[in-house]
Design a protein around this ligand. Structure first.
Ligand SMILES: [Zn+2]
Ligand SMILES: [Zn+2]
Length: 241
């Protein structure tokens, strides 16, 4: 067993709300410098920068996991992680087909830039990626598990785009076994929510720009080996507290 320092919620320049300078290689390099062993790229509704991100992580000697922050039809954000790039890209293609055909207005929302592994801009995505998809919250777990991944609701303590605030309750029928809380969430957050009693909670930085990268890792996960599959397995087996 190895204890790995992780952050599984990171954005790159493909997310309109991220800085253009948050290229996958810059984010990977800075997380490596901060001492992280495992990081996941989770742009809004797309895995389009994951290939570049994984190669950059390899270059910096840390493990990269391909992922996405899906926006469901209820406007709930869900982190989706995959053991393989091909599975992530297949899911990304499916999600793209469920995104409304609304053009990005970059002056309002920001640019959506596909990058090379060395951070060069390749092209811009024209469809707005932050829209709600046609995928419902009850569909997500199955869609991700079909591709051998894991899905869990993002930043459930926040008031925007969170499962607890948008829906008002936690329902085990949604199929999520863990949840993410934000970096600023108080440790006793779950005490006031009997519906999530015992639910394993992990923190994600949700870093959109360099200065949001934690100076040092706050949490560790015991894994059998340093692979995306082993990290996903370890998340599945997090003990209820
Ligand atoms: Zn979010
Ligand atoms: Zn996010």
């Amino acid at each position: 067993m190895k204890d790995c320092a992780f952050d599984l919620h990171i954005h790159s320049a493909l997310s309109p709300c991220a800085e253009d300078s948050s290229t996958p290689d810059v984010m990977a390099g800075l997380f490596a410098l901060s001492g992280f062993d495992v990081i996941a790229l989770t742009d809004h509704n797309s895995c389009g920068n994951c290939a570049a991100f994984l190669r950059a992580c390899e270059h910096y000697g840390i493990l990269g996991i391909p992922g996405m922050e899906l926006n469901t039809s209820e406007e709930v954000h869900v982190v989706c992680l995959f053991p393989e790039l091909a599975a992530a890209e297949d899911f990304s293609e499916y999600v793209y087909s469920k995104l409304p055909d609304i053009k990005n207005r970059s002056r309002i929302f920001g640019n959506q830039i596909y990058c090379s592994e060395s951070g060069q801009p390749l092209r811009e995505e024209e469809k707005l990626l932050i829209s709600a998809t046609e995928i419902g919250i009850y569909e997500v777990s199955d869609l991700v598990e079909e591709r051998c991944g894991i899905a869990y609701p993002a930043h459930i303590d926040r008031q925007a785009n969170s499962l607890l605030y948008n829906l008002g309750f936690w329902d085990g029928g949604m199929g999520f076994e863990i949840a993410e809380i934000s970096m600023r969430c108080p440790d006793d957050f779950a005490d006031s929510r009997p519906d999530i009693e015992g639910l394993p909670l992990i923190r994600g930085s949700d870093a959109h720009r360099m200065e949001q990268i934690p100076e040092k890792p706050l949490q560790h996960l015991p894994v059998e080996e340093l692979s995306a599959q082993a990290v996903i397995d370890a998340l599945r087996h997090l003990k209820k507290t």
